[in-house]
Design a protein around this ligand. Structure first.
Ligand code: SF4
Ligand code: MG
Length: 309
């Protein structure tokens, strides 16, 4: 069991005997270099779990996590795992929590390089300029910066080791609305200038529309639709994607995700049979309870729904 919300953890504890949960299952996607792949879904859909497993913040208690042919969960050659992991960096939701308050910004930014004995001379200053801060900021501490500036520092740290992939987990949802667009624009500009590749994890469809080249929609730990933004926003093929688009996600005053109005996510400990979306789906038919739909190609989209046509 890993990465579960408190209410879910309580439900698991209540059950004692069956404290097991499949958080992510059969999720398979390709990210083209120099593009942004967005994973969207409600809270509890498994999107953060995927990001954390990619960078090694979580290890699954069972199953496989395969990246470019290396099974990060089971590979016993530590060098192989380290090689894949060194190509992946992460930007977190909360720039307050993810910066060590006792470290100077310089040391924070160069850490991914310094820890491997790389050359860090002038690196922090160069990266600070790239993210729109001043080179002299390198000598300051995190508390001397605003939330948006701190997220810029996190981006600089993520860039330091020239990663092939940057996982961004809700990178702007902890920031004031007024600075969210600035940080997203910076991420876009850096992607174009430096040829970056992002895995963007978010529940915010406006962010997705602005940033993504390809979108994967997750429901209860499985991909249910994959499409390019234009197609997904104009012609969503999975009933769940349609529901997400109809129910523009909102945040409450504490920055928590407010569930869309039409039904609750079922208990992931006891997922529904067949298509896990059937209890909420307006189109559900008999086959939906009996058989789990597989992903199949419809036009340029991939959809896991018996009735997608
Ligand atoms: Fe709805 Fe059936 Fe499609 Fe699932 S498979 S989304 S229940 S129509
Ligand atoms: Mg999350």
């Amino acid at each position: 069991i890993f990465d579960v919300s408190k209410p879910l953890l309580n439900r698991i504890l209540e059950r004692r005997g069956k404290a097991f949960l499949t958080a992510v299952s059969e999720v398979d996607f390709e990210i083209e270099e120099r593009t942004t792949y967005a994973l969207v879904g409600e809270s509890g859909s498994g999107k953060s779990t995927i990001g954390k497993m990619l960078v090694g913040l979580l290890n699954p208690s069972g199953g496989d996590v395969e990246v470019e042919g290396v099974n990060l969960a089971k590979e016993t050659d530590g060098d192989k795992v380290a090689e894949v992991r060194s190509d992946i960096q992460m930007i977190f939701q909360d720039p307050y929590a993810s910066l060590n308050p006792r470290w100077r910004v310089r040391d924070i930014i160069v850490e991914p390089v310094a820890s491997k004995g790389g050359d860090t001379k002038g690196l922090a200053e160069k990266l600070l300029e790239q993210v729109g801060l001043h080179p002299s900021d390198a000598g300051k501490f995190p508390h001397e910066f605003s939330g948006g500036q701190r997220q810029r520092i996190c981006i600089a740290r993520a860039l330091a080791s020239n990663p092939r992939l940057i996982v961004c987990d809700e990178p702007t949802s902890a920031l004031d609305v007024s600075v969210q667009a600035q940080v997203l624009n910076l991420m876009s500009d850096l992607k174009d200038e430096l040829g970056l590749t992002y895995l963007l994890i978010t529940h915010d469809l406006t962010v997705v529309r602005h940033m993504a080249d390809r979108i994967g929609v997750l429901y209860l730990g499985r991909l249910v639709e994959e499409a390019d933004p234009e197609t997904l926003f104009t012609d969503p093929k999975h009933p769940y994607s349609r529901m997400l688009l109809d129910a523009a996600p909102r945040m409450d005053g504490f920055g928590r995700e407010v569930p869309p109005p039409t039904g609750e996510i079922p208990d992931p400990i006891d997922p529904p049979s067949g298509c896990a979306f059937h209890p909420r789906c307006p189109l559900a038919a008999d086959i939906c309870k009996a058989e789990r739909p597989q992903m199949r190609l419809i036009g340029t989209s991939k959809v896991a729904c018996h009735l997608a046509e």
